[in-house]
Design a protein around this ligand. Structure first.
Ligand code: BG6
Length: 484
């Protein structure tokens, strides 16, 4: 149960490893949660020894670990576990060195973390196997994006499955590692008060927003080929949607939870060329200002081929065709260079059918607002009497805070800490199963095909706004508005 684990990171000197994985592993050490980790072996194409890698990691951690968490004694313990081996992932001959290092001090469990281009996943798995690096207890962690459509995702999954069983395959969606995303299940299934109203009799609409202030940063090449629909909706937004909409699982066992999530994805109504205009909006940021700073537009920043066909913003009206959700729109939106960074789920309950009060009926709704970031909070928006001597009884909104922001209590953590810990411990609950990822791609493919057929334009929006006006209209035609 507590067998030691060797963690091997492909892409060990890359961006993800530097910004997220090595800092998260440092934090696990700091919290005393990494005792099962025997070695962390980074691999990359550069020629360097482990000492040089440790020096580089030390310098990078100064940037990516908050100063308040830095502890030289923790670093000294942590760096003993760090190793580097030069491996060109596409060159089978290079894997010998890695196998030798692994065999020099065998840990019962091997965890291979693939943070490289997904096109290499199949090759890496087969080279690992040929070099004898895969032993009985070996797991693989796959970073997103898993392909760029259903066919390519299927192909990668098949190649990986040649070497690793599904129970040893951990597909990451880092949104599942976020505290409030996990809290969705706790709130839904832990509160008898909410359970009876979580359906189309009481819920009017659901909104999921993932808004970013940053642009495409140094990833324009990848992004120009990908766009917001594939980069964000296929994974993060659909994972959040499936947790909000799924039926209660029979237990908290990973299989039971993932069985329910995939059923939701299967019920998503395809978007077609006929309804693409009413159900989707694509946008691309132009120049503007974010937090008072002038920023360039996507096309000026990135001189990439076909970039003018890439969306950096998408808004969708999704329908889940099942007993619980028929008739309830799920509005999804995500974009870069928006006015502020926040991710949020809003469950808006239906209005009273008759109102006794002197308010505009639109003011009289209850909402459950689940803030994923930057704060991690959940609040229930209710109504009570506006105090005072006015003759007519008027209502005012009151927010009931159901959680305290863990950051305030000093118990906040990065999603990668949670996910690395779970992968080390072999818990698949917060990882995507093969059928989930493929079913999500099936729906995304329907949207891409609809856009192509309908010639859906990419509408410009100024950086520092909340996207193209058409996104407001998408919701307004239904007599609703985005909660902001
Ligand atoms: C990644 C996307 O998966 O998620 C990025 O590839 C995006 O484009 C990032 O910026 C957002 O993650 P977070 O945790 O900052 O909301």
């Amino acid at each position: 149960m507590n067998d030691k684990v060797d963690l091997v990171i492909f892409g060990g000197t890359g961006d993800l490893s530097t910004r997220k994985l090595l800092p998260a592993l440092y934090q696990l050490h700091r919290h005393g949660l990494a005792e099962r980790l025997q070695r962390i072996i980074a691999t990359g194409r550069r020629e360097m020894d482990s000492e040089t890698f440790r020096n580089e990691a030390h310098a990078n951690l100064q940037t990516f670990v908050p100063a308040k968490d830095w502890d030289t004694a923790v670093w000294e313990g942590y760096c003993q576990h760090l190793h580097y081996v030069r491996v060109d992932a596409s060159d089978g001959g290079d894997y010998e060195n890695l196998t030798q290092l692994l065999n020099a001090d065998v840990a019962p469990i091997r965890l291979f973390y693939l943070a490289t281009l997904p096109a290499l996943y199949g090759t890496i798995c087969s080279h690992l196997q040929q070099a004898g690096a895969v032993q009985e207890q070996s797991r693989v962690v796959l970073e997103k994006p898993l392909g760029h459509d259903l066919a390519s995702c299927h192909e990668i999954n098949l190649q990986v499955a040649d070497v690793f069983g599904e129970e040893d395959t951990f597909r990451i969606d880092h949104y599942l590692g976020k505290e409030t995303v996990q809290n969705v299940m706790a709130v839904r299934f832990g509160n008898p008060l909410l359970h009876p109203v979580w359906n189309n009799t009481f819920v009017d609409n659901v909104q999921i927003t993932v808004a970013e202030e940053i642009g495409v940063e140094g990833r324009g090449d990848y992004y120009a080929k990908t766009g917001a629909l594939r980069d964000m909706v296929q994974n993060h937004l659909l994972q959040v949607l499936s947790l909000v909409a799924m039926e209660p699982p029979t237990s908290l066992d990973p299989t039971d939870i993932r069985d329910e999530k995939v059923k939701v994805l299967r019920c998503l109504e395809p978007i077609t060329a006929d309804n693409a205009k009413e159900r989707s909006v694509r946008g691309r940021y132009d120049a503007g200002a974010v937090r008072g700073e002038a920023v360039k537009g996507f096309l000026e920043e990135a001189e990439y081929k076909d970039a003018d066909a890439t969306e950096t913003f998408v808004a969708l009206k999704a329908s889940i065709n099942n007993w619980r959700w028929a008739g309830v729109p799920f509005y999804l939106r995500t974009g870069k260079r928006l006015s502020r960074r926040y991710s949020e789920i809003v469950i808006e309950f239906k209005k009273l059918s008759f109102s006794l009060f002197a308010n505009d009926p639109n003011e009289l709704t209850n909402k459950l607002v689940i803030r994923i970031q930057p704060e991690e909070t959940i609040s229930l928006h209710t109504l009570n009497k506006k105090p005072g001597l006015t003759r007519k009884l008027r209502l005012q909104p009151v927010e009931l805070h159901l959680t305290e922001d863990p950051a305030q209590k000093g118990v906040s953590y990065d999603a990668y800490e949670r996910l690395l810990l779970d992968a080390i411990n072999g818990d698949q609950t917060l990882f995507m199963r093969r059928d989930e990822v493929e079913t999500a791609w099936r729906w995304i493919d329907s949207i891409i095909a609809a856009w192509e057929e309908a010639g859906t334009p990419v509408k410009p929006y100024n950086s520092g706004t909340m996207g193209p006006g058409a996104a407001t209209a998408l919701v307004a035609v239904d007599g609703r508005s985005w909660y902001e």
